[in-house]
Ligand binder design. Structure first.
Ligand code: ADE
Ligand code: ZN
Length: 346
């Protein structure tokens, strides 16, 4: 579409809700709601260090990435069986379908589970079973991306890759997450090179809390196709120009950034600046059960706090399709649906 239909400001919330979109940065363990966490804890005889759902929710006050990760990894300890992984992923996918997410590229952190004695096969079977069901029953296009935990060694990442290779057809790529500061992308150069040889898609968290140099090395050393977060790129104007020219997507997670104090308030978030500088920025939920909102709540919060309009909504949805690892025919179809939705709101 060359010219967008005019859309009144008061129709923006409904447009954001209804427009088709892709979610490219969601950690499935971060979608585990307290209610399901308590049900799984009971089912598996796991003790949680909180007496109730309310007490657990009250503990979700984070001062930085690490203070969140400590609680997030503890929460994942209730996941034991294939059914548990299925139930968690299915709950997310049902919610995603309701929010008009037509494509979801879903991170999982196998080391969080294998370190506790849960088999890689159990994790992958549970998650990929839920994804298969979502394709069939919900019509959501979805795939898994395996993330290496960067606070662990490259040796551990190699072992994890080895354990995952029997299930090579169940995931489309690898990523890099967990504590960013002090764990630069270079630490994982060899394991990413191996994943590249294997034909896997490559992404990495960079420039969330870490410096812009980590974004550069994710590109130059790891050869990633997308940067997860990347909001600190604005500190390096030459890097911003490069990201724009090469159309390297950034999977931005606004509510996460505020909850983890990357920005003090949503009004201070740089999403608008990123778009104004021509970056392929997208909106994502990161860990929705912990950060106070799924994808549509991320959109609503940004558009309430920032000077964004229907043109930005179009850009963000369009970028999400462009940045996805789906095939070209699907991307074309979603763009057409996007145009139809905008026409309905004109
Ligand atoms: N794992 C889950 N959420 C994360 C985030 N926002 N940054 C790094 N690792 C994560
Ligand atoms: Zn993340």
């Amino acid at each position: 579409m060359t010219t967008l239909p005019r859309i009144d400001r008061d129709r923006l919330p409904a447009l954001l809700e209804a427009m088709p979109k892709a979610e490219l940065h969601i950690h499935i363990e971060g979608s585990l709601e307290p209610e399901l966490m308590f049900r799984l804890a009971e089912r598996n005889g796991v003790a949680l260090p909180y007496p109730s759902v309310e007490a657990l929710r009250a503990a979700y006050a984070f001062k930085d990435l690490q203070s969140f990760l400590d609680i997030y990894y503890a929460g994942a300890s209730v996941l034991r069986t294939e059914q548990d992984f299925h139930d968690m992923a299915w709950a997310y996918l049902v919610k995603a379908a309701q929010e008009h997410v037509v494509r979801a590229e879903i991170f999982f952190d196998p080391q969080t589970h294998t370190a506790r004695g849960v088999e890689m096969g159990t994790v992958v079977a549970g998650l990929s079973g839920a994804l298969e069901r979502a394709r069939r029953e919900l019509g959501v296009s979805c795939d898994l991306i395996l993330c290496f935990l960067r606070h662990l060694s490259e040796e551990d990442a190699f072992q994890t890759l080895e354990q995952a290779l029997p299930y090579r057809d169940r995931f489309i790529g690898v990523g890099l997450d967990s504590s960013e500061r002090g764990h630069p992308p270079e630490k994982f150069a060899r394991v990413f090179a191996r994943c590249r040889e294997l034909g896997l898609h490559l992404v990495a968290h960079a420039g969330e809390e870490g410096p812009p140099e980590y974004i550069r090395s994710a590109l130059d050393v790891l050869h990633v196709e997308r940067i997860d977060h990347g909001v600190r790129c604005v500190e390096d104007p030459a890097l911003v120009r490069r990201l724009a020219e090469q159309r390297v997507p950034l999977t931005v997670c606004p509510l996460s950034n505020v909850k983890l104090c990357v920005f003090s308030r949503m009004e201070d978030h740089n999403l608008g600046q990123l778009l104004a500088r021509g970056l392929v920025a997208t909106v994502n939920s990161d860990d929705p059960a912990y950060f106070g909102g799924y994808l549509n709540q991320n959109f609503q919060a940004c558009f309430e706090a920032l000077p964004l309009d229907a043109t930005h909504a179009w850009q963000l949805a369009s970028h999400s399709f462009e940045a996805s690892f789906a095939d070209a025919a699907d991307k074309r179809r979603w763009h057409e649906r996007l145009a139809e939705t905008f026409e309905q709101f004109a």
